[in-house]
Design a protein around this ligand. Structure first.
Ligand SMILES: NC(=O)c1ccc[n+]([C@@H]2O[C@H](COP(=O)([O-])OP(=O)(O)OC[C@H]3O[C@@H](n4cnc5c(N)ncnc54)[C@H](OP(=O)(O)O)[C@@H]3O)[C@@H](O)[C@H]2O)c1
Length: 270
């Protein structure tokens, strides 16, 4: 299955389009000629982005929708087909994270994290699969996380939800390929977005603040990988070496992760 570089006459659905990575990918796809459906809960943000995209000469359809609500996702997918005619590309970027120790994280919030980060992806793939299948061609981009390959302290529920996205993506990359649908999973490390608010940054090592990349650079790398027909991409790409270190030197990896991540948590043993 090949990648995709030319987005003219293609329709892309981007979840999480009201900020950060989703908004960046929606802008980048529209800039390459795609008509884009913008999905998230904050309608005002989506409408503002849609106006910006339309001023630049592309078509954008804002749809307020909670990805955890399967019926709402089904209705949103029907609207995309009714108003934009088809679906070629699905980008699942909606997600949330709260840096909190597992012992202090209420089960209801852990469940919500799974519903948004994992089931949100499931709902959107289910809702768009008939359209992608009927065309015999399509691309799905799931945004996981480095925490979806390497379990991270203070992010246990988030890591678990992203591991689920990782497993789903890899499995579907096999299952859907014979149907003409390419599945790529993206592993961002640190991209400067609203996800890293002051409260979150306070629970991260000081030096990680120097490792952020900007959304535009991230989006360029992701779309280049999709163009090559990659099945996965870690951004920034050198972070992929960490997987190798974990495999070859697991004890060293544990020691480093514990040293870097645990030392900044005042409530670790409280
Ligand atoms: N930034 C990074 O370094 C980084 C690293 C690893 C992974 N990621 C992943 O990248 C994706 C985008 O994150 P970001 O960094 O761009 O964060 P962000 O700026 O906070 O964006 C998150 C987006 O998800 C949407 N969203 C959250 N819950 C939703 C729900 N229930 N239904 C629909 N939309 C929902 C938000 O929109 P509304 O609030 O308007 O609904 C927003 O558009 C996430 O999946 C995140 O886990 C990011």
């Amino acid at each position: 299955m090949s990648g995709v570089r030319d987005f003219h006459d293609r329709v892309a659905v981007v979840t999480g389009a009201s900020s950060g990575i989703g908004a960046g990918l929606a802008r980048a796809l529209a800039g390459r000629g795609a008509r884009v459906a913008l999905v998230a809960r904050r309608a005002d943000r989506l409408e503002e982005l849609a106006r910006e995209i339309e001023r630049a000469g592309s078509r954008a359809l804002p749809i307020a929708c909670d990805v955890a609500d399967e019926a709402a996702v089904q209705a949103a997918a029907r609207r995309v087909i009714d108003e934009l005619g088809r679906i070629d590309v699905l980008v699942n970027a909606a997600g949330h994270n709260r840096h909190v120790l597992f012992k202090d994280h209420p089960t209801s919030e852990i469940e919500r994290t799974m519903r948004v980060n994992y089931l949100g992806v499931v709902h959107w793939i289910k809702a768009t699969l008939p359209a992608l299948r009927s065309q015999g061609r399509g691309w799905i981009v799931n945004v996981s996380s480095l925490a979806g390959k390497l379990g991270q302290p203070d992010e246990a529920a988030y890591s678990a939800s992203k591991f689920a996205v990782t497993g789903l993506s890899e499995a579907l990359s096999y299952e859907l390929e014979p149907l003409g649908i390419h599945v790529m999973c993206v592993y961002p490390a640190l991209v400067r977005t609203e996800m890293f608010d002051a409260e979150t940054l306070a629970r991260m090592p000081a030096r990680s603040k120097d490792s952020f990349i900007e959304v535009d650079e991230f989006c360029e790398t992701v779309l280049a990988a999709l163009g090559r027909g990659a099945y996965e991409v870690t951004v920034p790409r050198p972070f992929a070496f960490v997987y190798l270190i974990r495999l070859l030197f697991p004890r060293m990896m544990r020691k480093q992760t514990a040293k870097i991540r645990l030392s900044v948590l005042p409530d670790l043993t409280r």
